[in-house]
Design a protein around this ligand. Structure first.
Ligand code: SF4
Length: 376
């Protein structure tokens, strides 16, 4: 029993059941993005999607039977999960892991499920809710441009049918940056689409890429992004940090000298200005990705603003050697938090690594290639 799944989901959906509504990305032209490069967008029919929901439901029935035969009355507990792993069947394991955690969240793949006709999306959402009644949250990615094609009434219908949250790659609020990276949307459109989602009562999660303005538009990127976010007041602002991956058009432009990256310290200084300029909003700031240097930059505005700025100031006020030590330790996976530097053993290991890479003339190259290896 198999059902179709796509390649990615947001980190916050790690415990969600993944259901594929469309394949790949209908835009697929953002200059920094590798996720669907070379893949062709296609739609799935409502029947295909419902058939996948039925398959999940049948797998759940099988797991409940296993549970009953073990004397657990249908409960998907650790023993049933362990037996599910014994089957070696990816789909059984995925559904068992999902149900073991409560079976509450579903993420709809791939990059832009809102491109479906509203009536079809509503049909799929209602069917999924009916067949999988433990679910209380369904979320999806969408593009701002696509959201603008949905009327406020259509978005309200989609919310009523059961879509609780939309994740949008805003990336920047600067028109210069959006044009350069070929996002296919303007700042004004991001703002209008974001407000429409919020007004429809759907939770909105916006992704911002720190450093995306590079050396060309460092201030414009930060100030215009803060301006746009202040007008939208999304539920979540999820920070990412630019890593230019080989094979992307942005990498080619970097190599051709048409783009220049900021240093990590410049990016963190920009992050500070962004946080400082966020005003009059109640968004939750989240740094839930390894690409971000400072994972501690997280909390709800406005009450956590001092904490967020404090974390950044703590890093920026460290001596240069310590900042380098933290950057290398974080990128090499030896540190997660700033406090990890207080461990003398770990700090000494990072210092030894830095000395070795410096003596081989590979320190800067290693730092940037470690960053580039971390996917969006
Ligand atoms: S960033 Fe999102 S919209 Fe842009 S190409 Fe990648 S998946 Fe598509």
């Amino acid at each position: 029993m198999i059902f179709e799944q796509g390649p990615i989901r947001p980190p916050s959906e790690a415990e969600s059941l993944l259901l594929r509504l469309t394949r790949n990305c209908p835009w697929n032209r953002c200059q920094f993005c590798t996720t669907y490069r070379g893949e062709t967008f296609s739609r799935r029919t409502v029947e295909e999607i419902k058939s996948d929901v039925d398959t999940v439901s049948r797998i759940l029935d099988r797991l409940r039977e296993m549970s009953v035969s073990l004397g657990y009355n249908g409960e998907i507990n650790l023993q049933v999960l362990s037996d599910a792993y014994q089957t070696g069947d990816y789909y059984v394991i995925h559904v068992a892991s999902w149900m073991y955690r409560g079976g509450r969240n579903i993420f709809l793949q791939d990059a832009n499920s809102l491109i479906m006709k509203t009536s079809e999306l509503v049909d799929v959402l209602e069917y999924t809710r009916e067949k999988l009644p433990t679910v209380d949250r369904i979320t999806s990615y969408a593009r701002s441009k696509t959201l603008l094609r949905k009327s406020p009434g259509a978005l309200a219908d989609i919310r009523r049918a059961g879509l609780n949250r939309i994740h949008v790659g805003m990336e920047s609020g600067s028109d210069a940056v959006l044009k350069f990276i070929n996002k296919g949307v303007t700042s004004k459109e991001h703002i209008e689409a974001g407000r429409r989602v919020v007004e429809a009562g759907i939770s909105l999660s916006l992704y911002v890429i720190l450093g995306l303005g590079g050396r060309l538009w460092p201030e414009d990127h930060i100030l215009e992004t803060a301006r746009a976010l202040n007008q939208i007041n999304p539920d979540y602002i999820r920070l990412r940090t630019l890593a230019v991956s080989p094979g992307t058009p942005l990498y080619d432009r970097l190599m051709a000298g048409e783009f220049a990256e900021q240093t990590e310290d410049e990016i963190v200084a920009g992050e500070r200005i962004l946080i400082e300029k966020l005003q009059g909003i109640s968004s939750e700031v989240v740094s839930d990705h390894m690409l971000n240097l400072l994972e501690e930059v997280g909390g709800r505005l406005p009450e956590s603003k001092e904490h967020l700025l404090g974390v950044i100031d703590r890093y920026l006020s460290m001596p240069g050697a310590d900042r380098l030590n933290f950057r290398l330790g974080r990128r090499a996976g030896l540190y997660r938090w700033l406090d990890d530097m207080s461990d003398p053993v770990r700090k000494a290991r990072v210092e030894a690594l830095a000395r070795r890479l410096s003596s081989e003339g590979r320190l800067d190259g290693t730092l940037s290639s470690l960053r580039a290896q971390m996917l969006y």
